[in-house]
Design a protein around this ligand. Structure first.
Ligand code: GLY
Ligand code: MN
Ligand code: MN
Length: 468
């Protein structure tokens, strides 16, 4: 996180996070009431006494704007919020920096009260007494484990007082679906942050393209990206940057290595930054020498056309998977036209889609939710509509709820690609070509706004940029 909340203008964050807590309290009331308990992420040791750079839990950040470790939020269905946090500590602050501390927290964060984290168990035992149910994150991750352990300790303490008339909560409920739904639709504040994250990442891609020439290495372009992220004030990459020379582009989760960028090959960069907690996620594929070859250009233009079809399918009322199927249709037709798929083997475009013959060259989805997490939270299915039979994407059929209908404020990536591994039945000119084009789209009332188009995407524009 950049600009920790107590270094920036703290009061400017309050109403936003207070408003989110009030909305969550209303959701708790609708769902039978109770008390929510949500810790932030623990610090992680890298080795010896060195820690990984700290990153708060995304939902905790969403509800509080507070990015110090060892913090907890307790929120009841009346909207009363309690923060538990590290105490001020003159000795530790010499080493680790300033802490907000419980005295300053109510004014800085707009919480109703704050205590030292050492008082967590006592605070929880008090707040859970006579609460109808407890809401906490469920799961096999550190945040969920911490929450579960603290809640069970508190339930034990409440139960020990039962003879004085208090009742422990009757149910534990998973709070994740409530938070995930809230986070799925971005408010105006989040949209502005995501626009900025997109702009920084786009500038970083421009910088890397301009720095590219035969003989440079993957890590050198990664360094250009890092320079652009950090010098714009972003916390750093939102995920490990992919800088893939030539055939490495066909390894979907390749990380930037030391391979030389060679004349005549492509370079694929998938990189985004984190700005105020929010991720951007961009992929561009460009020729190392600044000019696409014929076969590279044929595949590039096909992926770009597929992306355009997916962008047009990204609008309110459309389903999340409409973009995927629009891209798959374009790609499959193109693969047939270019003879990468042979009609005598896979049949018509409809047959090839039905059998998922395209998966040989396009094996991932066309997008994911984007927000505080690069693969952001939010249900992908429209569960209030009845299940129906549909393609499972692997060549079979499955019965499940239809995919989610898009509404304004959702943000998702649109990232079709093609990855051609050598094979006897594949024309050699296409061997080892991997191409992905990825932009971030905010669903608007009329369609979608691309947040990441400050970096060129059309082949001629990329070539012109690299010539310049
Ligand atoms: N960069 C991660 C993704 O594109 O999903
Ligand atoms: Mn992505
Ligand atoms: Mn990506």
């Amino acid at each position: 996180m950049n600009a920790p909340v107590h270094d920036a203008d703290p009061m400017s964050f309050c109403p936003i996070h207070q408003g989110r807590r009030a909305r969550l309290a209303a959701l708790l009331r609708e769902a039978g009431g109770g008390v929510l308990v949500w810790p932030t992420a623990p610090e992680r040791v890298r080795n010896s006494d060195t820690l990984h750079p700290y990153r708060a839990d995304s939902s905790f950040l969403y509800l509080t704007g507070f990015d110090e470790p060892e913090a907890w939020l307790i929120l009841d269905d009346a909207g009363r919020s309690t923060l538990l946090c590290r105490p001020r500590d003159a000795e530790r602050e010499i080493w680790d920096g300033l802490r907000l501390g419980p005295d300053a927290a109510p004014r800085a964060l707009g919480v109703d009260e704050a205590h030292e984290v050492a008082e967590l168990d006592a605070a929880l035992a008090q707040r859970l007494a006579d609460a109808p149910q407890v809401w906490l994150p469920f799961g096999d991750d550190d945040v969920s484990h911490q929450a579960g352990q603290a809640v069970h300790r508190a339930l034990g303490a409440v139960r020990a007082r039962e003879r004085s008339g208090v009742r422990p909560p009757a149910a534990l409920r998973d709070a994740r679906p409530l938070l995930d739904e809230m986070r799925l639709v971005k408010d105006a504040h989040e949209q502005a942050l995501m626009r900025h994250a997109g702009r920084i990442a786009a500038a970083a891609h421009v910088r890397a393209m301009q720095a590219c020439q035969p003989g440079r290495r993957e890590y050198e372009l990664e360094a250009e990206l890092l320079h652009a992220f950090r010098s714009a004030g972003a916390a750093g990459p939102a995920y490990p940057s992919i800088v893939a020379a030539g055939a490495h582009a066909c390894v979907l989760h390749y990380a930037a290595g030391a391979t030389e960028l060679r004349d005549g090959e492509l370079c694929l960069i998938d990189a985004g930054c984190e700005w105020q907690g929010y991720a951007s996620d961009i992929t561009r594929t460009f020729p190392v020498n600044g000019r696409f070859s014929g076969p590279q250009r044929a595949l590039y233009d096909l992926v770009l056309a597929a992306q355009q079809a997916a962008i047009e399918a990204t609008r309110p009322g459309a389903r999340r998977l409409d973009a995927h199927w629009a891209a798959v249709r374009l790609l499959t037709q193109g693969l047939l036209d270019l003879k990468l798929l042979r009609a005598d083997a896979v049949g018509s475009v409809d047959d090839a889609i039905e059998r998922a013959a395209y998966r040989r060259f396009y094996m991932h989805g066309t997008g994911h939710w984007l927000g505080l997490d690069v693969h952001d939270v939010g249900d992908v299915l429209q569960r209030d509509e009845p299940p129906l039979e549909q393609p499972d994407g692997m060549g079979g059929r499955v019965v499940k709820h239809p995919s989610r209908r898009l509404v304004p404020g959702m943000v998702l990536t649109i990232e079709p690609g093609l990855y051609v591994r050598p094979a006897d039945d594949v024309p050699e000119a296409f061997h080892h070509i991997g191409i992905r084009i990825e932009d971030d789209a905010l669903v608007t009332p009329d369609g979608c706004e691309l947040l990441t188009r400050d970096v060129p995407v059309a082949a001629e524009e990329i070539e012109a940029l690299m010539r310049g």
